[in-house]
Design a protein around this ligand. Structure first.
Ligand code: ATP
Length: 313
């Protein structure tokens, strides 16, 4: 099965307001509350593809219970380490065509929770499993938590797909202690990592960038390029992956859906080409839906047939 890790899950609350007035009482009639966090999107999409998945990470309090109840409702298996600290709310206020976000920092953990989680994580390290790790870390945890998880998994030859950004990604890669099998930066995250200003159209530039020694020990580097598909390094081979033009409804969570597609296709033992095609298909399918981290499997074949993989010479 696939084990999808979310270290800092949240309850994502959306408040829809015609007008947002500061320093006044704003009453909200249209509210949505969902289990959030990038790894939970990954788990949901894998589940929608009918591939076995378990969601894990750390959660606690009534918001933790809310997240578990939502996963139960959606039929997604889960096994989180429980903490007595309350999980966080992330609030998006949608008003006048704008989005104002209020993101709680969430729980603050120490070495005690780090060790407890690594022990908990150990039970998923069984032959045949694939691990995905997505998103930011809770306060008190640093990149060494991810490095340690990758090290434990690689000792058992269990593939790890890592989708995080900024300092944490940089520190994991530069530590050179244990490398993930796959990373999936988008173009902005790649530019930030390398201190470059590459555009999605600059395929030669992307190829040169991915030849950086930083990526030498990573089997897959999948750079997602939004509507322009992806640029991929698989070992020493480079690919441009083109996607069809579709009616886009909500592309948020498309990156998570790409990770879901990659993991699902790997678990199913698909070819290198079909792993890339599956990942782009799930990214596109998510962009076609209102809900974040959701794909309509019935449209899978239609999109898959239109994805084109071109090897770069
Ligand atoms: P997010 O952070 O919202 O999850 P991301 O920035 O990590 O997304 P993107 O590069 O925007 O990821 O998109 C991932 C994939 O989703 C793309 O490679 C593509 O397959 C699909 N996708 C994204 N935007 C579009 C779009 N406008 N039209 C079609 N497909 C899209």
């Amino acid at each position: 099965m696939i084990v999808s890790v979310t270290m800092n899950p949240s309850v994502d609350i959306s408040y829809h307001l015609d007008e947002f007035i500061l320093n006044e009482v704003n009453r909200v009639a249209h509210v949505s509350k969902t289990a959030g966090g990038k790894g939970l999107n990954v788990a949901r999409v894998i589940h929608l593809l009918d591939v076995p998945v378990t969601a894990t990470g750390i959660l606690g309090g009534t918001l933790g219970t809310f997240i578990e109840n939502q996963l139960d409702r959606d039929g997604i298996a889960h096994d989180f380490l429980k903490t007595n600290q309350e999980s966080r709310n992330c609030i998006a206020i949608l008003h006048e065509g704008k989005q104002t976000e209020i993101l709680e920092a969430g729980p603050h953990f120490s070495t005690k929770e780090k060790n407890e989680f690594l022990t908990h994580f150990g039970k998923f390290l069984k032959a045949g499993n694939i691990i995905t790790i997505s998103g930011s870390l809770p306060r008190g945890f640093d990149a060494s938590v991810y490095t340690e998880m990758i090290r434990l998994a690689s000792e058992q030859q269990i593939p790890v797909l890592l989708d995080c950004s900024g300092k944490v990604l940089e520190q994991v890669l530069k530590a050179k202690k244990a490398m993930p099998d796959l990373i999936k930066p988008n173009i902005d995250e790649l530019n930030q990592l390398l201190g470059k200003k590459l555009h999605a159209e600059n395929l030669d530039g992307l190829k040169t960038a991915l030849a950086d020694p930083l990526f030498a020990d990573i089997e897959w580097v999948v750079v997602s390029l939004g509507a322009k598909g992806a640029f991929v390094k698989h070992n020493d081979t480079y690919f441009q992956v083109k996607i069809p033009s579709v009616q886009v409804v909500n592309p948020v969570g498309s990156g998570d859906s790409v990770v879901a597609g990659l993991a699902a296709a790997m678990l199913q033992g698909k070819s290198v080409e079909d792993i890339m095609k599956t990942a782009m298909t799930t990214g596109v399918l998510n962009a076609m839906e209102t809900q974040t981290g959701y794909v309509n499997k019935a449209k899978f074949d239609l999109i898959f047939q239109q994805v084109e993989v071109i090897e770069m010479k």
